[in-house]
Ligand binder design. Structure first.
Ligand code: NAD
Length: 510
C-alpha cells in the first residue's frame, strides 16, 4: 500500500521544535484561540541586502604552485592593509599598494611568508536576510541576530518561537523574534561585515525600535556589531539618545549593561547550582564538557572553573581538546583570543590532548553543556552520554529523539528556554537602564539575575515534580498540572500559562 503524503513528509525543524509546545498546550488545555495565535509567527520578513566587496587574494591551488615557483616575491604593505580572513584568503585594501613593488604573472603574486595568491576582483554581492517576529502579546519583539551560512526561514521560525517562550519564562515584558543573514562570516572582512550589519538595519528600520522589536547578539554577532546597528538606527533622529534601547548586548561604554557579555553563561551556571542543590551536592569537583567556545561557552567554562568545577573537554567548530585533570581555562581563553588565532578556536591548545570529533560526547563527565548550534544531542549521542545532566546553553541543542533517550536513561535536563534565559534577562536590564538613563553595577545585575533565574527554574522544577508551593521567592501553585511531567514540557507549560493570561485578560481586538 502506498504511504500517504503525511506519513512520508520529513518533519521540518520548526515542526520538531514545536513538539513541546503541542505537548504542553494539550496538557494545560490551552485556550484554542490562543493556541492558533501561537502556532505561527505574527510576521515573517524575508529580504535581500547588497554590499560592495573588496578585491581578494585567494591562495592558488597545489597544482598551480609549481607553475609559479620562480615568481619573485612582491613587497606590499602588510598589516591591516592585507587583511587575513579565517578562510585563508586576504582582503586587499588599496593602501596595501602604496609604495608596493609588485610582480604579477597571470594575476598571481607571491607574498613573503604567506605564499602565492591570485587576485580576485570584488564587486557587489547579495545576501538573503530574515527577521521573524513571532509574538508580541507580552511586550516588544525580542531576539538575536545570527550571521551564518546555514540559516533558513524554518530555523528562524523555530528560534523566534523559542524566544517567545523564553521571555515568558524569564517573566520579562518582551515577546519573541529572531533573524539574521545567510552569510559565511569567515569569508568577509571586518568592513564588509559592518556593511552587512548596516544594510540589515537599514532595511529593517521601519519594523524595529525600542518599543517594537529589539535585536541582540547571537551566533557570529557581538557588541561591536550591536554598536553599529544602534548607530544606523539612531543616526539623524531627533532624540537618538532616547533610542539606545533599540538593540541590546552593546558595549558597556555605550549603554550596554555590566554583566551582559557573560549573562547567558552566568544564567546556565545559576541553573546548574540549583540542579546540584536539589541533589544535595555542589558544583566543585564536577567534570564538565562544553561544546562551543564562543560567547556562551567561554562564559560558562570560566564561571564554572572559578567555582571549582573541572572543565575536562571543550569542542568548537574546528577542534576538540581534553584533559582529564581539568583544562586550564584561563590559558585556553588566552589561546582562543590570541590575535593570530583567526578562528578563535581551541584547536592547537597544548594544555590537553586532541580527541576525535565524534568521541566528544562519550567522554567521562557529570555535566554536558551544549553551547554551540542546534541539533547536536541526537538520539545516538544521547545513548552514549555518560553525564548526569545536560544543561542546554545553546538554543535547540537536543533533537526530539535525543530528548526521548535522555528521558529513558534518566539523564537530567535543564531545557534551553530557562538554561540560556540569562542573556535575554540581562538584555531586559540593559533596556531598562537605557530608558532610565541609568548604569547599574555588575553586582546589582547579577543579584537580580540570580534571583530571577533561580525563582523561575524553581517553578519549572515544581511543575515537573508536581510539588506546588509558595516560597519567599515564588508561588508555583498556579502552574502545576496535577501530575509529574518532564522538565521541557514543564518549562513550556509555564511559558504558555503566562502568555495565555495576556490574551485572556486583555481580550482580542475583533
Ligand atoms: P558564538 O558565535 O559566540 O560561538 C559559537 C561557538 O560554537 C563557536 O565556538 C563555534 O566554533 C562553535 N561551533 C559552531 N559550530 C560547531 C560545531 N558544529 N561543533 C562544535 N562547535 C561548533 O555564539 P554564542 O553567542 O556563544 O551562541 C552559542 C549558542 O547559544 C547558540 O545556540 C545561541 O543561539 C545560544 N544563545 C546565545 C545567547 C547569547 O547571549 N549570545 C543567548 C541565548 C542563547
Amino acid at each position: 500500500m502506498k504511504a500517504s503524503r503525511k506519513d512520508t513528509r520529513r518533519k521540518s525543524l520548526f515542526d520538531e521544535s514545536m513538539e513541546a509546545f503541542y505537548r504542553a498546550a494539550e496538557l494545560i488545555k490551552l485556550d484554542p484561540r490562543v493556541r492558533l495565535e501561537l502556532e505561527e509567527p505574527d510576521f515573517e520578513h524575508i529580504f535581500y541586502i547588497t554590499i560592495e566587496t573588496r578585491d581578494r587574494l585567494v591562495p592558488v591551488t597545489k597544482e598551480e604552485e609549481a607553475r609559479f615557483k620562480d615568481l619573485p616575491a612582491s613587497s606590499v604593505k602588510a598589516g591591516e592593509a592585507l587583511e587575513p580572513l579565517a578562510n585563508g584568503q586576504l582582503v586587499l585594501h588599496r593602501r596595501a599598494l602604496l609604495k608596493a613593488d609588485i610582480t604579477l604573472r597571470e594575476g598571481v603574486l607571491r607574498i613573503p611568508k604567506r605564499g602565492l595568491f591570485r587576485i580576485e576582483k570584488g564587486g557587489p554581492k547579495k545576501f538573503k536576510a530574515y527577521r521573524i517576529q513571532y509574538n508580541q502579546v507580552r511586550g516588544p519583539y525580542k531576539g538575536g541576530v545570527r550571521f551564518h551560512k546555514d540559516v533558513s526561514l524554518d530555523l528562524f521560525k523555530a528560534l523566534a518561537a523559542d524566544m517567545t517562550w523564553k521571555t515568558a519564562i524569564a517573566d520579562i515584558p518582551f515577546g519573541g523574534a529572531k533573524g539574521g543573514v545567510r552569510i559565511d562570516p569567515s569569508a568577509y572582512s571586518k568592513e564588509e561585515i559592518e556593511h552587512v550589519s548596516l544594510r540589515f538595519i537599514y532595511k529593517l528600520k521601519t519594523v524595529i525600535g525600542p518599543y517594537v522589536d529589539i535585536p541582540a547578539p547571537d551566533v557570529n554577532t557581538n557588541p561591536e556589531i550591536m554598536a553599529i546597528m544602534m548607530r544606523q538606527f539612531t543616526d539623524g533622529e531627533r532624540m537618538p539618545h532616547a533610542m539606545r534601547g533599540v538593540v541590546t548586548g552593546k558595549d558597556v561604554r555605550i549603554g550596554g549593561s555590566e554583566g551582559r557579555a557573560k549573562a547567558t553563561g552566568q544564567g546556565t551556571v545559576y541553573c546548574l547550582e540549583e540542579w546540584a542543590r536539589w541533589r544535595g551536592e555542589s558544583l566543585a569537583g564536577k567534570r564538565v564538557l562544553v561544546q562551543g567556545f564562543g560567547n556562551v561557552g567561554t562564559a560558562s567554562a570560566e564561571i564554572l572553573h572559578a567555582l571549582g568545577a573541572k572543565i575536562v573537554g571543550v569542542q568548537d567548530a574546528y577542534g576538540t581538546v581534553y584533559n582529564e585533570k581539568g583544562l586550564d581555562v584561563p590559558a585556553l581563553l588566552a589561546h582562543a583570543a590570541s590575535p593570530d588565532n583567526l578562528r578563535r578556536s581551541v584547536e592547537g591548545f597544548t594544555g590537553g590532548t586532541k580527541v576525535a570529533r565524534e568521541d566528544f560526547w562519550k567522554l567521562d563527565a557529570e555535566i554536558a553543556i551544549p553551547a554551540a548550534l542546534g541539533g547536536s544531542i541526537t538520539g545516538d549521542v544521547a545513548e552514549n552520554l555518560k553525564v548526569q545532566v545536560v544543561a542546554e546553553a545553546a538554543n535547540g541543542p537536543t533533537t526530539p529523539d535525543g530528548d526521548k533517550v535522555l528521558g529513558e536513561r534518566k539523564i537530567d535536563l535543564i531545557p534551553d528556554i530557562i538554561c540560556n534565559a540569562g542573556g535575554v534577562t540581562v538584555s531586559y536590564y540593559e533596556w531598562l537602564q537605557n530608558l532610565r538613563m541609568e548604569h547599574w553595577t555588575e553586582a546589582d545585575v547579577n543579584n537580580r539575575l540570580e534571583r530571577a533565574i533561580k525563582a523561575n527554574l524553581g517553578i519549572i522544577h515544581d511543575i515537573a515534580t508536581n510539588s506546588p508551593q509558595k516560597t519567599p521567592l515564588y508561588d508555583s501553585r498556579r502552574f502545576v498540572v496535577g501530575k509529574k511531567i518532564d522538565m521541557r514540557t514543564a518549562a513550556m507549560a509555564l511559558a504558555l500559562r503566562r502568555i495565555e493570561n495576556h490574551y485572556l485578560l486583555e481580550g482580542f481586538s475583533q
